[in-house]
Design a protein around this ligand. Sequence first.
Ligand code: UDP
Length: 489
Amino acid sequence: MASLSEPQPAKPHVLLIPYPALGHVNPFLKLAKALHMRGFHATFVHTEYNHGRLLRARGASAFDAGAEGLRFETIPDGLAPSGLDATQDIWALCEATRRTGPAAVRELVERLNRTDGVPPVRCVIADGSMGYVVHVAKEMGLPAYLFFTPSGCGFLAKLNFDQLVKRGYVPFKDESCFTNGYLDTPVDWIAGMLPSARLRDLPTFIRTMDPDDTMLTINIKQCELDSPAADGILLNTFDDLERRSLDAIRARLPNTFTVGPLGPEFSPPWYLPSLTSSLWKDDDRCVAWLDRFAGDQGTVVYVNFGSITVVTSEQMDEFAWGLAASGCPFLWVVRPDMVRGGWALPEGFASEVAGRGLTVPWCDQEAVLEHPATGGFLSHCGWNSTLESLRAGVPLLCWPFFSEQVTNCRYACDDWGIGLEMPHEVGVGRHQVEAAVRELMVGAEGTRGAAARSRAAAWKEKAKVAVAPGGSSHVNLDKFIQEIVRGKC
Ligand code: UDP
């Protein structure tokens, strides 16, 4: 295999179709860059809505890398135009893309194949959440791969949703199941899952009383029908991290490629640097602000709940006062659409934390996590955030919000040992925030905080090994590339 920096011979045209939410689009763009860098002709598909947002937030350079053989196309998302630049309702988006996606993808492939100077599409890589694309691709005679951007453990849990239904765990019988301890029911029969896993640790889409619940049925279909029909599965994780989950996944879907953590090893920062999928503009004060603490490595706690999480203003107040009371310096990302109806810092807060707190609307998260001053991450445990933290060696305070974030939290705390769980199902109080931040950031030897810091440092090294030449993810990316160049043997 040629080295990444050598010019690569022309390879087939790959169509990449992420689900239109940032946590999906980000890893897809990293994969697109990695494939393009290795000589592929790549077409990256945004929804019209996200394309417009990106253009407004980032300008034309977000798409125009001037790179031959890399193009951006759009398809509609099926939702009525909102006129607002804000996080879309993922339930509505899921239903709408399923309605309009198949025809839109078919038309796009046909159009690309008629375009002069563009080689015909030879392979489709679609988001695991858009499994219907596999069937469209097959009808058109194209190989199709599904890239599931969440964790392996989250994917494994979803692969067992059908069993949860068959065994009568789901749908929930009545309202009391949400509060009466039912969620503590063990699910130790799921092969490959943590033996201590309970219903509450499985992606929250099982928490429904409706047998026809959209997210439940979509997830079951993705696993039962779409995934086995795909030529292979891609996961943004690495074998050392999720070996048990991956063994169980591969027992059902043998052609599974783990290629994570997707990052600079496969598409370095100097390669097409202006290309981004981030729908908000980074606040460029962050790194300079962190530099002020560079002499005290690992002292800043970074707080960010991703691109979708919506919280109440009461909860934000508790975080604010908890951070203030912890005494630790903090960098806190408060997205403009994070609280319905808006939220302002509580009165007196700014003077209380003067000189040691910065709040910004958005940041370059990977740059913040890689900064030596950053020592802990209060996170919603979205998979990208979890993996970006792990690869930077930064331990987590876990405050999951929904979906497989609860599964990531359980694994971060109980399997990988890099996280401390915060109360999240009924909200968290300021004293709990204060205590958890202190424990993670300055907990003495023998505390859970000290253990999480040391485990995070160890996982950082293992992640590096996985993506280095000869490492499992590096080898898998090469194998995947060989397969799409030569076809499956
Ligand atoms: N992100 C970022 N800046 C921010 C917040 C988030 O760059 O201020 C990026 C982050 O690096 C990650 C993605 O947005 O790649 C969030 O994905 P994740 O899976 O963690 O959460 P989601 O947004 O899907 O809930």
